[in-house]
Design a protein around this ligand. Structure first.
Ligand code: ATP
Length: 309
């Protein structure tokens, strides 16, 4: 573990570029210990928000803090926050990966032994002395991440880190980020490849038109978007009755799909299991009918789709 985790807090952030409002009164938090996905259609304001968190763009209003402190007031920013904003490592094509990291470490006053550590962590040691211009897309992405991790930061902000990675590379990225989060780090990842975020992230912040749609766990998001759960029970009738008594609160729908099968919306699998247990009803199967985050995302941002059409 890396000590107490640091929360990112975005409070009523607004950014206007002339007549364009890129981000509007945006408030959300990013918790340590899990990977949080940052989703929104093109132009939703994700990059602008990340840039404001990193002090690269001055907010028109509001504030973003990391562990309660604004980025510009952090005593040692590279030790607290690592970021990859455009997927580019910033390495000169003629410069080797190792030399690029050495230069960055020196500029950021980080110990040089971290260079070998991140080369090893990012599986770049075998390519470390080749010119960065000869790196594949995946290797360039790893060099960007290596640069962000040089300070062993407690917070990571990654804009589209999966861009250009093949499925193997994505699986590796997922394991890396989940491992870093499990150490207590705070990780915010934006991506357009929503099925990948679904695999990587436990929490999700969705924005559109610079405004918050929802902060939620992936499971909660599924419920909010009407994802259903198939429930097989020998006492389906009684279970349907028990669930039905709660739908006034949850807004869910209970459908009979067979003698022992219900299709339920508005409830998580956990809520259904707990309700069944509370009523002493057996449940033989609980299967989330996954519409996938892609569909959920489209449902939640449908307003934007309509506005554009
Ligand atoms: N420097 C700038 N000057 C003027 N407008 C800008 C500037 N930066 C961003 N914008 C505008 O702000 C809005 C939000 O852009 P932003 O890049 O933050 O969105 P995004 O969600 O990251 O989009 P994408 O997923 O396409 O990268 C867009 O309308 C964009 O054109």
């Amino acid at each position: 573990m890396i000590g107490d985790g640091l929360r990112i807090d975005v409070r009523q952030l607004t950014k206007r570029f002339g007549s364009v409002t890129a981000v509007s009164d945006l408030t959300f938090s990013v918790a340590p210990g899990v990977v949080t996905g940052f989703l929104g259609p093109n132009g939703a304001g994700k990059t602008t928000t990340m840039r404001m968190i990193l002090g690269l763009v001055e907010p028109t209003a509001g504030v973003a803090t990391i562990g309660g402190t604004r980025y510009c007031d952090l005593p040692q920013p590279p030790v607290t926050v690592g970021a990859v904003l455009d997927g580019a490592s910033g390495a000169h094509p003629a410069c080797s990966g190792r030399d690029h990291l050495r230069i960055y470490a020196t500029m950021s006053r980080l110990p040089l032994h971290r260079v070998d550590a991140v080369l090893d962590q990012l599986r770049l040691t075998a390519f470390a002395d080749r010119p960065a211009g000869e790196y594949s897309t995946g290797m360039r992405q790893r060099l960007s991440l290596a640069t962000a991790l040089l300070g062993d930061p407690r917070v990571l902000l990654l804009d589209e880190p999966g861009n250009g990675l093949d499925p193997q590379g994505m699986a590796w990225l997922r394991d890396l980020l989940q491992g870093l989060a499990a150490e207590g780090r705070t990780i915010l990842v934006s991506s357009h490849v929503l099925s990948e975020i679904e695999q990587i992230a436990a929490d999700v912040v969705v924005i559109r038109d610079g405004q918050l749609v929802t902060p939620a766990s992936v499971a909660e998001l599924s419920i909010a978007a009407g994802a259903a759960v198939l429930v097989r029970s020998p006492e389906a009738e009684r279970l349907a009755h028990a669930l039905g008594a709660r739908t006034a609160l949850t807004g869910g729908v209970i459908e009979r799909k067979g003698v022992d099968l219900l299709r339920v919306t508005g409830f998580s699998t956990v809520a259904i299991a707990e309700l069944a247990a509370a009523h002493g009803l057996a449940v033989h199967e609980l299967t989330p009918e996954r519409s996938g985050l892609e569909q959920i995302f489209l449902t939640l941002t449908a307003h934007t789709e309509r506005a554009l059409s």
